[in-house]
Ligand binder design. Structure first.
Ligand SMILES: [Zn+2]
Length: 158
């Protein structure tokens, strides 16, 4: 059973509402891919016809793990498309399958260049961050105390 597939001819005027979850295998990510789906994908979508288009609205959510491009450690990233919206032209008055579109739209929400400090599940600093040659670090060459205000403020948050 595929929740994102329906027959245009049977689509009620008020649209079709689907909600539930699909296993992580929904994303069909290859075993060796650095991106892994870590949770079932939850969805709540409405499909409504508007003339020659199907308007899709709702929410999509799935948890992934990615590999940080800097420290190479894995970290989690939640894709939470709370106000998902899409418009799909109707090509034929037959069945319509929006599975690929949903899958791709979620995967497209993942960062192209993952950095663990940008992860939105476990907030952390990348352990590889700052392991640069100090002479290459522009902050070291700045006047002493130039950015102290910021760092003092950060220290107080700890
Ligand atoms: Zn990292």
């Amino acid at each position: 059973m595929n929740p994102f597939q329906f027959d245009i001819r049977n689509l009620p005027v008020e649209g079709k509402h689907v909600a539930g979850s699909l296993p992580a295998s929904f994303f069909q990510l290859p075993e060796k891919d650095s991106v892994k789906a870590e949770s079932p994908m939850t969805y709540e979508l409405d499909f409504v016809r508007d003339g020659k288009d199907i308007i899709v609205t709702g929410s999509l959510k799935a948890l992934f793990s990615l590999e940080c491009g800097r420290c190479l450690e894995r970290f989690q990233q939640l894709v939470d498309l709370a106000e998902y919206e899409s418009e799909v032209p109707i090509e034929k008055e037959t069945t319509m399958d929006l599975t690929d579109m949903v899958r791709e739209d979620i995967l497209l929400a993942l960062p192209n260049f993952p950095r663990c400090e940008d992860g939105n599940v476990d907030l952390r600093d990348c352990p590889a961050e700052g392991h640069f040659d100090p002479t290459d670090d522009p902050e070291v060459n700045e006047e002493p105390g130039a950015d102290r205000g910021v760092w003092n403020a950060l220290d107080q948050l700890k």
